[in-house]
Design a protein around this ligand. Structure first.
Ligand SMILES: [Zn+2]
Length: 197
């Protein structure tokens, strides 16, 4: 943060009022349930990315070698690289949408948030971006660096399965009218619609 006297942005727990708007939806993401669901979800994503990766290997075959180093790199990918890249993509798209993103870490998860109210379309773009962008990059990397098959696969699967909360949000906000405004909150979001006269 460069502006010394501006107050630090903080995760909102309650949305402020917007004059002329009424609250339409204020869901809390069932994060514990979704975290549990992300493990079985890794299986279909694993099969999908494995097959895509396999098709993109020069000889249509995968050489998997395990060593203590590759295990260490896998752990770094799953625990560090994926959360950082995932939240960075949320943040970059939030910035492009005109918000001022900030980042944090909670118990068992990392987050990106912002204080500005934004349109459902922009909220959907910010929410969907890590799954779409990072999956696309992984597919390109499968073809470019065949020797990294296992690492790219681990990255793609962790990112996709970890996006289950994002998928939950996408499924929910698609019902909002386009003139709605959304506040990002600590445990979900609040959606406001123009007051009906
Ligand atoms: Zn996400």
């Amino acid at each position: 943060m460069s502006e010394a006297h501006s107050s630090e942005p903080r995760l909102r727990h309650d949305p402020p009022d917007i004059p002329g708007y009424q609250m339409e939806d204020r869901p809390a993401i069932p994060i514990k349930k979704l975290n549990l669901l992300s493990f079985p979800l890794a299986l279909p994503f694993g099969v999908l990315f494995y097959l895509i990766g396999l098709l993109l290997q020069p000889d249509r075959e995968v050489i998997l070698t395990f060593s203590i180093w590759s295990m260490l790199i896998l752990a770094l990918i799953v625990l560090l690289l994926v959360p950082i890249a995932h939240e960075a993509v949320h943040g970059i798209v939030a910035k492009l949408a005109g918000a001022k993103p900030f980042y944090g870490v909670g118990p068992g998860y990392a987050y990106t948030s912002f204080e500005e109210p934004i349109s459902p379309r922009n909220y959907m773009l910010i929410t969907a971006a890590p799954l779409l962008v990072l999956s696309a990059i992984c597919v390109i990397l499968f073809a470019l660096i065949p020797g990294w098959f296992l690492f790219i696969l681990a990255f793609a699967v962790t990112n996709a399965a970890g996006a289950i909360g994002d998928l939950w949000i996408l499924n929910r906000i698609r019902h909002l009218p386009s003139d709605a405004l959304i506040y990002d909150l600590a445990d979900g979001y609040a959606a406001f619609v123009p007051e009906k006269l």
